[in-house]
Design a protein around this ligand. Sequence first.
Ligand SMILES: Cc1cc2nc3c(=O)[nH]c(=O)nc-3n(C[C@H](O)[C@H](O)[C@H](O)COP(=O)(O)O)c2cc1C
Length: 213
Amino acid sequence: MDLSDYRQEYLKDALTRSSVEPCPFQQFTKWFQQAVDADYPEPNAMSIATASSAAAPSLRTVLLKYFDTQGFVFFTNYQSRKAKEIAENPQVSLLFPWINLERQVVVLGRIEKISKEESLKYFQSRPHDSQLGAWVSYQSSVIPDREWLATKLDELNKQYAPGEVPLPEFWGGYRVIPHHIEFWQGGPARLHDRILYSKSDDASEWSLDRLSP
Ligand SMILES: Cc1cc2nc3c(=O)[nH]c(=O)nc-3n(C[C@H](O)[C@H](O)[C@H](O)COP(=O)(O)O)c2cc1C
């Protein structure tokens, strides 16, 4: 299949150093709200790239659950493939692909587990089914068939009433603490706008640069 004629001009918006917020989290809040207002499906869906100690990359989608100036938080299984790679190498990258707005945000950062208390708080806010789902899934391991999952779910349903499901030891949140956040806005003639915020660990302020498209 030849896709070489798939081509679109990007004309929706522009980014300048003077029009963006001084803090990338403020800029992210603004763009996130615009993605919500534009009815982008699952605007909090982001790709997270990890890499093993052998530098082999892998990528998957997860849901951003909250963010603030400390970083971006999502929840997952602590024994999954991504978790194993994170344990080997805490450098990760996130991508928010808000394509209908001709935008993307790319984050580079360090990742760490959030506290058990913080995971518990979120876990308790999940619907009963989702809480059981976390217990059922040995995420990323090979299982015999779908029936195997259904049987486990039945057993857990008998074991735990709503409101009584404990937080699994093997499940919780991670926070991505960025050192680079790039905002990309498509421009005419492929002259896109790229504004990069950077901050080293010991710096208190973010610095801003424009990157060539
Ligand atoms: C829209 C969407 C949202 C997802 N959200 C999550 C999530 O929040 N947490 C999660 O562990 N997996 C989520 N997944 C599944 C992951 O993409 C992935 O299959 C799973 O985490 C196992 O990844 P791993 O084997 O690389 O560890 C989501 C998938 C999609 C398509």
